[in-house]
Design a protein around this ligand. Structure first.
Ligand SMILES: Cc1ncc(COP(=O)(O)O)c(C=O)c1O
Length: 421
């Protein structure tokens, strides 16, 4: 048995499930995303254990990584899905997750998406405005199909996280004003083809101070308890995702504290709870391997130019995110302070700034850790760069899980216009 995740062998070389990372890059090239199903399973089971005594269901937040095999793997472990587009819906169906295990979240579901979801008996719509409710009502009554509706509450809570992934304050586009929720929930009861199923909240991502969850969940439960006292049924509460993970150490997500918080609030209640974890299930199970192209010095500043770039991993420049970076094969040497940058023609194209790293040379391999979530899924082809190859390691075998386009293929997808002048 090998340790789960990415570990060093006796020669200080990074391995996964008994396979040397350098063997994988020899075979598949770089930049290369590698996912370990061992760690995915471990995190999933830990999350399941966290929520099982409060009657919790897991709906993997597909936006974190929508690779078919990753969705399929979590689906096989029993997960449902939290989706935000019909594209994600189709991917989940292709990956074997049934629509009756899918929660449709998101502020901008369009009418076609609503119709497809309804026709496929999606588990529930988490709706974010009265206007959205009106659209769903119109479509559901035209189709004579019932829509299960959960109201996503905006509790006006600002968790301590990056502002671009904070979703619980009133200034953000997300959720229904907490003061409008009870009125709107009662309105659900007046509409045919609308079946009220509960309330939900998701205050953001990468949250470490769980008192914000505690406050949001208590607020949600108070509204639900009041509605129930007034004779309305509120069978489910959706508590969203958002648990922070450690990008600079191997410390696990703090499922223990999270379990205590949800148990204290919900153990004695009879709500069916849903959870939408994304990052905490998949982030640590992925790495991005990149090769050093060359070193460059400029007025005493050191740059390490690598073959991965912001089109493969936008998190550093978009969210000021930190990713731990290590040599695939450790060596002894002097540490210097470097900027690790990609080849894209943007100053914002960096993987790490002012980072201490042992002096590297061309063709050395670097591991960018914790790149399983919000990484390859946010890729682009900027600067006409082709996608990185992605592989999955399962039961000691490697599988190429994404066919990447060659540049010739991408050229063929564009249509030439006959300019006659
Ligand atoms: C509605 C909703 N649920 C769940 C998630 C997943 O969050 P995380 O990946 O932090 O667990 C997100 C992501 O921000 C989200 O918007």
């Amino acid at each position: 048995m090998f340790p789960s995740g990415f570990y060093r062998d006796e020669n200080d070389e990074l391995n996964v499930q008994g396979i040397k990372i350098s063997d994988l890059t020899n075979r598949f090239g770089t930049p290369l995303f590698i996912y370990d199903t061992g760690l995915m399973k471990e995190r999933y089971e830990e999350f399941l254990d966290t929520v099982k005594n409060v009657n919790g269901n897991i709906h993997y937040a597909v936006k974190a990584n929508d690779s078919l095999n990753i969705i399929k793997f979590f689906g096989k472990l029993g997960s449902g899905a939290d989706i935000v587009s019909i594209g994600e819906f189709e991917k989940c169906v292709a990956a074997g997750i049934s629509p009756n295990k899918m929660i449709f979240s998101g502020v901008g579901k369009n009418k076609d998406e609503i119709e497809i979801a309804l026709r496929n008996n999606i588990l529930q719509f988490n709706i974010e405005s009265e206007e959205e409710l009106n659209d769903i009502y119109n479509i559901a009554s035209k189709l004579k199909l019932t829509a299960n509706i959960c109201l996503r509450v905006n509790p006006d809570i600002a968790p301590d996280t990056h502002k671009k992934i904070s979703t619980g304050e009133k200034e953000t586009k997300f959720g229904i004003d907490i003061d409008d929720v009870a009125r709107l929930y009662k309105r659900l009861y007046e509409l045919d083809y609308i079946n009220p199923v509960g309330l939900g909240v998701h205050i953001g991502s990468q949250i470490f101070d769980f008192s914000f969850f505690e406050k949001a969940y208590l607020d949600l439960k108070n509204i639900a308890d009041d509605l129930k006292k007034n004779g309305y049924k509120v069978p489910t509460l959706d508590l969203g995702g958002g648990i922070g993970i450690n990008y600079n150490s191997n410390k696990k997500p703090n499922f223990i504290t999270y379990k205590k918080i949800i148990s204290d609030i919900f153990l004695k209640s009879d709500y069916q709870l849903s959870f939408e974890p994304g990052r905490s299930l998949i982030a640590e199970a992925g790495v991005l391997i990149t090769k050093v192209i060359r070193n460059k010095k400029n007025k005493g500043k050191n740059f390490v130019i690598v073959d991965a770039a912001m089109n493969n991993l936008i998190r550093p420049t978009l969210y000021d995110a930190y990713h731990k970076i290590e040599l695939v094969k450790d060596k002894i040497g002097e540490e210097i302070v470097v900027d690790i940058v990609g080849p894209i023609c943007e100053t914002g194209d960096f993987i790490a700034l002012n980072r201490k790293l042992i002096e590297v040379k061309s063709d050395d391999l670097l591991t960018i850790r914790t790149a399983g979530a919000y990484a390859s899924v946010m890729k682009s082809n900027y600067n006409s760069r082709v996608d990185a190859v992605e592989i999955l390691i399962h039961d000691g075998k490697s599988y190429k899980i994404k066919q990447t386009d060659t540049i010739q293929n991408t050229i063929l997808k564009e249509k030439m216009v006959d300019f006659n002048f």
